[in-house]
Unconditional design. Structure first.
Length: 122
């Protein structure tokens, strides 16, 4: 183990040390997160999170319904839905002149549901 004494605040270790074997085992796997932050970036916008949450409550929603639910214009709702779709968090289908959106898959549903549960219990 490498060790070096540093003066730090109360939220950090009083001694800087690390497990070299552990670091060598975990560090190569860290690159797997590349791109994952974009999911959280997409959901970090309050409007998009509201839309994603609404889509956990209903299997699919028309753009007009989404606009009314979030209190926006259809253009604004459509913009946010398109971004969610481009990030592969939502999908859509057309039915005549109507466009219906749903979450892309159960993983997205779980992610939003877990975030909501966490927020309620924090």
């Amino acid at each position: 183990m490498s060790e070096k004494v540093l003066k730090r605040n109360k939220e950090t270790c009083d001694t800087f040390c690390y497990d070299e074997e552990l670091v060598q085992r975990v560090q190569p796997q860290i690159e797997q997160v590349v791109g994952v932050e974009l999911i959280f970036k997409a959901l970090s916008d309050a409007t998009r999170m509201k839309i994603a949450y609404a889509l956990t409550l209903e299997k699919e929603l028309c753009v007009c319904d989404v606009a009314n639910i979030i209190g926006s214009t259809t253009a604004t709702a459509s913009h946010h839905l398109r971004l969610l779709r481009n990030m592969k968090l939502a999908k859509y289908r057309k039915e005549g002149k109507l466009v219906f959106y749903s979450l892309a898959d159960d993983h997205v549903h779980q992610l939003v549901s877990i975030a909501m549960t966490h927020a309620k219990h924090s």
